[in-house]
Write a protein that binds this ligand. Sequence first.
Ligand code: DGY
Length: 448
Amino acid sequence: MDLHSIRDNEHHTAFAKELLLNNNRGGYTIPSARLYPFQWNWDSGFIALGLLHIDLQKAMEEIRSLFKGQWSNGMLPHINFHHPDPNYFPGPDHWATNDIPERPSAVQTSGITQPPVIGFILARMNDFLVEKPAEWKTFLKEIFPKVVDSHRYLYENRDPHREGLVYIHHNWESGTDNSPVWDDILEGIDVSQARDVATLRRDIKNVDVAQRPTNENYKRYICLIDLFIKHRYKDAEIVKECPFLVQDILFNCMLVKSNQGLIELAEKLNFDASILVEWNNKTIKAIQQKLWDESCGFYYNYDLKNQRRIPIKISSGFMPLFAGICTKQQADQLVYHLQYSFVKNEEWMLCPSTAADEPAFNPLKYWRGPVWINLNWMLYHGLLRYEKTDLAHKIKEQSVQLMQTIGMFEYFDARPVSEGGTRAGLGADLFSWSAALYLDFLYDPKPF
Ligand code: DGY
């Protein structure tokens, strides 16, 4: 089937399914052939959910393939390089993980992680499967302890003060790669000895440079990786020297939502969930105490190195709705920001990744303004949970409409055409998690 011809007619569901199957490489699915030719961690979580609406076997394979990359210390890497592909930088050689004792033998991987989504994805999948086949139960028993190990890794290695909040040490671990919340920290990095990697980049050969991070950004991204390599990926050493240590609101909310998913599954699987409950309560309390800014009525990231909040409004700040941890009053305050600082008027699409009233807002550049489907999907479920039903449905309808009229792109301009907005898709086309969540939006078995 020719994907481009389907786009022009009404069969968007068939298109989404075909897209996912086309991006499947036998056991795992790449986010997009044009930009990301390997298996990415949080992408795979959302993709597995989409695959579930096509073929349970493929959905289980997706997650099994992801865990092939798990390190012996529990860390679940952000990329598994299952097969070589020169069309990406930094590829496996740049990560230099080959002689790191913790790495798995089955597959080459990167050396950092990504937002922990698998716990809640498994819970959602389990909900969807009304009749649970035996192979699903076997699969859950096999994967469950591995997901717990990946959480244990975070709590034991990324929470030096035992606060219940885990830190990330690279912006790529946040998932919101070039968000303005990283600007000050990245600009503060001493790059006098850093490599210039501009000529090694592949992304800007494939996507409009205006929509991607800058070369100066990339120099800093790689400089951090070089620091990890110097310390042979030992967190206890990295933490002493790393200029980037952030307690990220999205990352910690994903952890809570996944803890909750695991706790729910543990009861059904007869696993002891007490440690998960302990971790989770501590994280919820810490998010509320440390990341909530009472004067602004918004959740901000915390820069652990410089001990300060980062007061820039990005869509990650809405994730406590998805995790279900804010009060009704906090939810009202978040909704106020969603309607009045993230967009300029009702003609705008929800939800820009950076608030439109932030000076750094850029409508076209990656995580500095454009609308992302996975954030919208989580926001939709979060808003439903707090009975903001109209707004939730508006987000779902707009997401579906964007994908039906423009395509299953990586991200979208939130502005109306009357204010200069483009209705061309942004970033990569034929983007897997957009297609996967399109399917989940349509099937939507129940609020989550
Ligand atoms: C990229 O290459 O932009 C990825 O998001 C980093 O993992």
